[in-house]
Design a protein around this ligand. Structure first.
Ligand SMILES: NC(=O)C1=CN([C@@H]2O[C@H](COP(=O)(O)OP(=O)(O)OC[C@H]3O[C@@H](n4cnc5c(N)ncnc54)[C@H](OP(=O)(O)O)[C@@H]3O)[C@@H](O)[C@H]2O)C=CC1
Ligand SMILES: Nc1nc2c(ncn2[C@@H]2O[C@H](COP(=O)(O)O)[C@@H](O)[C@H]2O)c(=O)[nH]1
Length: 330
C-alpha cells in the first residue's frame, strides 16, 4: 500500500500538457481514430452506459456513425431484442450486464438464441470483486467472441486481477462522476485524484483502459489519453442534448436536461444503497455537434502534441499546476 502514501494525487484541473513542435499543416490531418476490440472508432469517447445518457435510438445513431457506445442495463428484458435489432441493421451490439444470479440466466439465454454481442461491459460500482471475476470467467466461457470490459475499479491490483480473469479491457473510476455521492457517503473512491488513479492503473495494465467519470472539459479527454486511457467514458457532459433521454426543463429562460446517477433513488425506485443523485445539466443542442467539437479539439491536441495521431499525446510532458488552470478565467 506504500504506493498510495507516496503517490502524487492530482486531477484533471491540476495538469497542463506541454506542447511539442507541430508537424502538420492543418488540424484536419490529425487522426483521432482509436481501435477498441476489433473495431475502429472515430474518437476515443463513449457516452456513459446510464439511462439518462443513452437509449436505443442514440445507440443506433452512434453505431451507424462509427462511434463506440455501451447500452445501459436498466431495462434488462430489452437487451436480447436490442442485440437482434442492431444485428438486423448490420451494426455492432454493445450491452451491459450486472453480476446478480439472473444475469447468468441472461447469458445462457443469449447462448441459446445464438445472440453474440460484439461488446459486453460488466457494470458494477465495486468491480474489484470475486463476483465480477466469476462473471468474467462465465462470459468468456459461454461467449468467447464477445469483447469484455469489466469495472469499475481504482487500483493496479484490480486491473491485474480482472485482466488475469480474462477481461479484455478494464474501466477505471470509482466515485469521480458528476452525479456521484459515493465519496461523500462511503469515504472511498478516486474523486479528486481520478487522473492519478488512471496513471497508476495504466502502469499495471496490459490491455486497454477506459477512463470513466470526471470529464468536465474537452481537454480532459486528451489528458486521459496522456495518462493511459484508450477510451474515455463521459456522462454529464453528454447528457444535456436533444438526443439525451432526460426531459427538458426550462428555468428563468434557460433550458436544462435531467441527469441522474445509476445508483440514484430515481434510477432504483427506492432509497436503498443510494450512491447517486439527480441534477440538471445545461441543454446543449444536438450531440452530433458536441461530438464533432470533441473531435476537432482532439485534433488540436494532437497538433500541440507534435504528432499525427492519438499516440503522440501519450508521449508528451506535463506540468502539475494544482487547481490553477482556470485561474486566468476568474
Ligand atoms: N463508477 C462509480 O463510481 C459508481 C457507479 N455506480 C453505478 O450504479 C449502478 C448500480 O451499481 P451497483 O449497485 O453496483 O449494481 P447492482 O445493484 O447490480 O449491485 C452489484 C452487486 O454487488 C453487490 N455489492 C457488494 N458490495 C457492493 C458495493 N459496495 N456497491 C455496490 N454493490 C455491491 C450488490 O449487492 P447488494 O446490493 O445487496 O449490496 C449486488 O449484488 C451501476 O451502473 C454502477 O456503474 C454506482 C456507484 C458508484
Ligand atoms: N457514484 C456513482 N457513480 C455513478 C452513478 N451513476 C453513474 N456513475 C458513474 O459516473 C460516470 C459518469 O461521470 P461524469 O463525471 O462524466 O458525469 C458513469 O460512467 C459512472 O461510472 C451513481 O449513481 N453513483
Amino acid at each position: 500500500m506504500s504506493n498510495y502514501f507516496s503517490m502524487e494525487a492530482f486531477d484533471y484541473d491540476d495538469i497542463q500538457l506541454v506542447p511539442n513542435k507541430c508537424i502538420i499543416k492543418s488540424r484536419k490531418e490529425a487522426d483521432t481514430s482509436v481501435k477498441f476490440g476489433s473495431r475502429t472508432f472515430k474518437i476515443p469517447v463513449v457516452p456513459a452506459n446510464m439511462e439518462s445518457v443513452i437509449d436505443e435510438e442514440l445507440a443506433i445513431w452512434l453505431a451507424e456513425h462509427d462511434y463506440y457506445y455501451v447500452m445501459h442495463r436498466f431495462q434488462p428484458q430489452e437487451r436480447a431484442h436490442f442485440i437482434k435489432i442492431m444485428h438486423e441493421k448490420g451494426l455492432f451490439a454493445s450491452i451491459s450486464v450486472g453480476i446478480k444470479d439472473e444475469e447468468y440466466d441472461f447469458i445462457d439465454s443469449l447462448v441459446k438464441q445464438n445472440l453474440v454481442p460484439e461488446y459486453i461491459t460488466i457494470d458494477v460500482a465495486h468491480g474489484h470483486s470475486d463476483y465480477v471475476i466469476k462473471m468474467i470467467h462465465y462470459i468468456k466461457d459461454k461467449l468467447p467472441d464477445s469483447f469484455v470490459t469489466a469495472g469499475n475499479i481504482a487500483t493496479p491490483e484490480a486491473v491485474r486481477e480482472l485482466e488475469n480473469a480474462g477481461a479484455d479491457a478494464t474501466k477505471v473510476g470509482v466515485g469521480p462522476g458528476r452525479a456521484c455521492i459515493t465519496k461523500l457517503k462511503t469515504g472511498f473512491g478516486t474523486g479528486g485524484w481520478q487522473l492519478a488513479a488512471l496513471r497508476m492503473c495504466a502502469k499495471a495494465a496490459s490491455k486497454p483502459l477506459i477512463a470513466d467519470g470526471g470529464i468536465r472539459h474537452n481537454g480532459d479527454i486528451a489528458k486521459s489519453i496522456r495518462f493511459g486511457a484508450s477510451m474515455v467514458m463521459i456522462g454529464s457532459l453528454l447528457a444535456g442534448h436533444e438526443e439525451s433521454p432526460g426531459h427538458v426543463i426550462d428555468i428563468d429562460g434557460k433550458s436544462y436536461k435531467q441527469y441522474w446517477g445509476s445508483a440514484s433513488e430515481v434510477q432504483k425506485g427506492a432509497y436503498k444503497n443510494v450512491e447517486g443523485k439527480q441534477m440538471l445539466v445545461p441543454y446543449r443542442g444536438s450531440i452530433k455537434d458536441t461530438l464533432r467539437e470533441m473531435q476537432e479539439d482532439l485534433q488540436s491536441s494532437i497538433s500541440y502534441a507534435g504528432g499525427r495521431d492519438l499516440n503522440s499525446i501519450r508521449l508528451v510532458d506535463y506540468v502539475i499546476v494544482k487547481s490553477s488552470i482556470l485561474d486566468g478565467d476568474k
